[in-house]
Design a binder for this molecule. Sequence first.
Ligand code: CTP
Ligand code: MG
Length: 220
Amino acid sequence: GPVVGIIPAAGRGVRLGESLPKAFVELDGRTMLDRAVEAMLASAVVDRVVVVVPPELVASVAATAPARVCVVAGGAERTDSVRAGLAAAEDAAYVLVHDAARALTPPRLFARIVVELRGGRSAVIPVLPVADTVKSVDRDGRVTGTPDRSVLRAVQTPQGFEAGLLRRANAGAGDATDDAGLVERLGEGVYTVPGEPLAFKITTPLDLVLARAVLAAGAP
Ligand code: CTP
Ligand code: MG
């Protein structure tokens, strides 16, 4: 069955602080959303793409969408937007959920995820080692622990799933900070592959400076 990419792009970008919703902010003349869609299609491992945008932008995005891309309205939380994308991916055998905000993700990362899905893994996510030491704290800001950094990973997208598994994971009212978190709660194994530094999420104004500098330096 088909591999369907779902691109949540319906956030407001509060932390970035631009006037436009974040996915519609331009990097060197092209929006983050356009860059994410093009990288996904360029990977050649995705059969079609469902883009999830703020409701008021559905018509204008659909009017210029390339072939194999459909556009649906997102919701208040990212999980609502992913659920809307899943509803528009009825025929999918596998789904790749990928943040528009990871606009510089290299096409090879999509391929790396799909290889593992085709090899029999049901849930596959890209990860990188954690550079900073991470601490847990209580409500007063007092440190309660220092997890061993060698077993920690920072998580990126695209996250790949057997479509039925991600549907089951999203069937409840649950919430998680990533899609794999919901799958983990079902007790299903989630496997990791090496991520890509360029798949970093553009969240803050500093991230935008980095993304534009990367493009100015002529990165692929
Ligand atoms: N997203 C979405 N629907 C939402 C919230 C987020 O589709 N209701 C998407 C964003 O557009 C983004 C991705 O999920 O591509 C990751 O979310 P994040 O980086 O948090 O983006 P925003 O929610 O837009 O930013 P902020 O949290 O700063 O407002
Ligand atoms: Mg957000």
